[in-house]
Structure formats: structure tokens, C-alpha cells
Design a protein around this ligand. Structure first.
Ligand code: SF4
Length: 331
């Protein structure tokens, strides 16, 4: 199948120098290449500071692309996101949407649920009459398991899970093909997380959408996504079909993320080793492999030379000098 989204050496840099003379550029996303297949549920994992949110925004044309390229192709239109503007950019806003990470902050307390969901339709001019708007709102609300009674109320009357469903309905009402869900369940209780995840999966399947699901939590991603990409300090360090990544993680960072997940298997518990140390500041990045300051397997080469992504299996890529030697090493 064809990719709906393609990033090619994509870089997002911010100028953080105080004057023109001290031009310091912070590369939040640094040379990322990936393809998101149409109709897939694609996971993007990393700690805060990894650049995952910035990458998601760049793919929505909501963060400045300063290097490389990004493309959208849904079979009907093909857009080069780096040069997208005017009427095409407006059209892209319908086709690509963000589900906010914090439904509490995202919803206006003074608007009814109906008005919150309807707003994008009105702003984008997608419906001509109030009756048409209402029809679209009711349709998407039903898909998100909200009923007519809910639509008349204000968001404060709802629980966290219900508010998240309102956010989802609002993001989907314009009929997007591509949806970025950024930490969409992180603010919710664990018991409600599964509910919202199941709803997202069901909607994605029913409507044939393509999702980029961003999370710091590998266990959440593992249960939801078809394909996973792992980011560290602006770089992609490993990408693979989810099952492959689970069975045979190759990057020491991915292995460390896995071993930080509490295991149910008592034989595994002894092996569990938590990731130590903090992710370095993006403004002061280590030389060579960005992970060498925390990697238990770092050698001199890692400090001087940055590894590049290599094919290690079908659709499986990893960026580590030593992945072959470390195949049998857990973390
Ligand atoms: Fe660790 Fe070296 Fe591999 Fe980086 S390249 S992950 S420092 S072994």
C-alpha cells in the first residue's frame, strides 16, 4: 500500500540565539525519515524532549519545517508540506487534524458540547446551514458514543473520558484522513485509558483513517499500534512493525524502554533494568550517538561517530553501531 504521509530527512529547527551574531539553532527534530501507511495506526514513542510532539505538529504543518521535506498523498490530492499555503493549506487543515492531549485545557467552558464540536465546521466553512451542521455534529457524536442529551450540556459536566470523546469528535468532524493523537490518554485514569483507546481504534478502522499516535508510554503503544517509531533527542533510533519491535528490539534505548515496563512474568523480573539518567538538553546535545551518555554499551566509536539507520529486517530499521553484537543482550 502507499504511504499517506512521508517524511524525508525532516528537520524542525528553532533559532534560539539572542542576537543575530549568536545564531544558535535548536533542532527539535533532526533528519527524520519515515512513511506512514494509509489506514495504519502508527505509534511514535519517546520521552519528553525527544521531539515526538514537534514531529507530529510538523506533519500537520503546525511547526516550521526547516530542512528536508514532508509529503501528504491520499490519492485525491498530493501536497508538499514545506511549500503548502493559501487555499491548499486551508484544504489540508480539513484533511489533517490534531486530537489535543489535555481535553480539560482544550475545551472552552462557555460553549455547549454541540458548539464545541461544530466550531471547526463553521470556521472552515464546511457546512452551509445550521441544519447541515447539526446533522454532521450528531453523526460524529454518535460515532464517539455521545448522545443528544450530551450535546446540550457544557464540558464541565463531563468526566475525563467523556471530555476526551468530545475532543475526538471535534477533531474528526471535518472528515480528516490523517489524525495526530498526542498523548491522548495520558491524562486519564488507567481504567478509562483502555476505553478511549478502543474507541480510537474502532473509529480508525470504521472510517479508514490513518493515525499517528504519540505517547511516552511504550506499553500503551504496543497494544494499539501496527507500527512503531522510537525517537530520542530529535532522531529516529528504531522503527519496526509492533510485533517485531516487541519480539526483537534492537536499539539499547528501545530495550531499556521495554525493560522499564513492569513484567508479569516472574522469570523476567530480575532482568528489569530502569533507564537511568535524564535525556540531555536539546540545546546541548552529545557528540556521536545521542544516546551514548546513557547507554550501558557505549564504546569510543559511539562518542565520536553518529550511527545512521540501517535495515535489520523487514520494515525494521535501527540506528546503533553495535546492534549486531548486542542481539542477545537484553538491555
Ligand atoms: Fe549505545 Fe553505541 Fe549503540 Fe549508541 S551506538 S546505542 S551508544 S551502543
Amino acid at each position: 500500500s502507499t504511504p499517506l504521509i512521508k517524511a524525508d530527512n525532516l528537520t524542525v529547527g528553532y533559532n534560539i540565539g539572542k542576537s543575530l551574531l549568536s545564531k544558535q539553532v535548536l533542532k527539535a527534530v533532526n533528519g527524520v525519515s519515515l512513511e506512514i501507511e494509509k489506514g495504519s495506526f502508527f505509534g511514535l514513542v519517546g520521552e519528553s524532549g525527544s521531539g515526538k510532539t514537534t514531529l507530529g505538529r510538523a506533519l500537520l504543518k503546525a511547526a516550521p519545517i526547516t530542512g528536508g521535506g514532508a509529503f501528504y498523498d491520499d490519492g485525491e490530492v498530493r501536497y508538499d508540506l514545506t511549500s503548502l499555503q493559501g487555499a491548499q493549506l486551508k484544504d489540508y487543515r480539513k484533511r489533517a487534524q490534531l486530537i489535543f492531549q489535555d481535553p480539560y485545557a482544550a475545551l472552552s467552558p462557555r460553549m455547549t458540547v454541540r458548539d464545541i464540536i461544530a466550531e471547526p465546521l463553521e470556521v472552515m466553512g464546511l457546512t452551509k446551514t445550521r441544519a447541515e451542521t447539526d446533522e454532521r455534529v450528531r453523526e460524529i457524536a454518535a460515532k464517539c458514543r455521545l448522545n443528544l442529551e450530551h450535546l446540550r450540556r457544557f464540558p464541565h459536566a463531563f468526566s475525563g473520558g467523556q471530555r476526551q470523546r468530545i475532543s475526538i469528535a471535534r477533531a474528526l468532524v471535518s472528515g480528516p484522513q490523517f489524525v495526530v493523537a498526542d498523548e491522548s490518554v495520558a491524562a486519564l485514569d488507567v481504567s478509562i485509558q483502555a476505553d478511549v483507546l478502543n474507541l480510537l481504534k474502532q473509529i480508525q478502522r470504521d472510517m479508514g483513517l490513518t493515525f499517528l499516535f504519540i505517547s511516552h508510554d511504550l506499553s500503551v503503544v504496543a497494544h494499539t499500534c501496527d507500527h512503531v517509531a522510537v525517537m530520542y533527542l530529535g532522531r529516529l533510533v528504531e522503527t519496526a512493525p509492533t510485533r517485531k519491535l516487541f519480539e526483537a528490539p534492537r536499539h539499547p534505548y528501545t530495550k531499556a524502554l521495554f525493560s522499564a515496563i513492569p513484567s508479569l512474568d516472574p522469570d523476567d523480573r530480575g532482568r528489569a533494568q530502569k533507564l537511568t539518567g535524564e535525556i540531555p538538553s536539546p540545546t546541548n546535545q552529545p557528540s556521536g550517538c545521542k544516546f551514548h551518555t546513557r547507554c550501558p554499551h557505549a564504546i569510543d566509536l559511539c562518542k565520536s561517530q553518529e550511527p545512521t539507520l540501517e535495515h535489520v529486517g523487514d520494515q525494521h530499521e535501527v540506528s546503533c553501531h553495535r546492534w549486531r553484537e548486542l542481539i542477545e543482550v537484553p538491555a
